[in-house]
Design a binder for this molecule. Structure first.
Ligand code: C5P
Length: 250
């Protein structure tokens, strides 16, 4: 009999891949979105710290803008991060999907659970990160944090030109809809298979797993895990940080 045994699910090691190679055009002109500052610290550093805050995460793979890899390495060296967490920086691709794939390619063996987390969601609380990891450890191959919607959503026939009116096609029942956040958590083999077999454009990783016919489950997300996309989101993110500082002070 061999002494070597497979890790039990509770011992499975977790890595986080952070796609951070987007330009962030909707945020207006300036540096790539992930490198823009929130309260003086680059958004990417907030996002890396949010992943490293989970004691389960022992490796963070940052997928940097292809022309900014050296700058991102310098940034990571310059900011204090937990000692238990290792970091790797790789250059990204033309789409988010491609960037995530490059991040997965850089994962060493031994990490059986993989989180994929947008650099553009710098403020996700550690409890949300841990809840996602826990659900994967409990046996779910794919887990997404999500929140109910405030707005009613219409499906439309998109207009050819911006500003034109658009016919409504359908109104899905709001109570059955969820806005999906990150980190999304996966059994590594399932996520790799999804990235190898799904080629059409998607906006999140879980939808690739859905296309394999593998079940995806939702756990409660958090309002502070919102995606920084437009200029107003920067104002909101700084307000959240200010509120945290106040709460930490008392
Ligand atoms: O564009 P969007 O806001 O959906 O981007 C989500 C995340 O994917 C961001 O963190 C962004 O930096 C990343 N991304 C990437 N490579 C691309 C495009 C987006 O890593 N080519």
């Amino acid at each position: 009999m061999s002494d070597v045994s497979l890790p039990s699910p509770s011992e499975a090691r977790t890595a986080a891949v952070i796609p951070a190679a987007g330009r962030g055009v909707r945020l207006g002109p300036g540096a790539p979105k992930a490198l823009r500052a929130l309260n003086g610290t680059p958004m990417l550093i907030h996002a890396v710290r949010a992943m490293a805050a989970s004691r389960a995460v022992s490796l963070v793979v940052v997928v940097a803008p292809p022309d900014g890899t050296a700058e991102v390495k310098t940034l990571l060296d310059a900011h204090a991060l937990p000692e238990r967490t290792d970091f790797v920086v790789v250059p990204g691709g033309d789409s988010r999907q491609e960037s995530v794939k490059y991040g997965l390619d850089a994962l060493p063996p031994g990490f059986d659970i993989v989180l994929v987390h947008d650099a553009a969601r710098p403020l996700v609380p550690v409890d949300t990160v841990d809840a996602v990891i826990e659900a994967v450890r409990d046996g779910a191959p794919a887990v997404v944090p999500a929140v109910p919607l405030a707005d009613t959503v219409k499906e439309v026939e998109p207009a050819a030109l911006a500003g034109q009116s658009e016919p409504v096609v359908a109104t899905p029942e709001r109570a059955r809809l969820r806005a999906v956040q990150t980190p999304q958590g996966f059994d590594r083999a399932t996520l790799l298979r999804a990235h190898e077999s799904v080629t059409e454009d998607v906006t999140d990783d879980a939808s690739m797993v859905e296309q394999l016919g593998v079940p995806v489950v939702v756990v409660p997300g958090h309002e502070e895990a919102f995606k920084v996309t437009r200029p107003l989101d920067l104002v909101l993110a700084e307000a959240v940080l200010a509120r945290r500082r106040l709460n930490d002070g008392f």
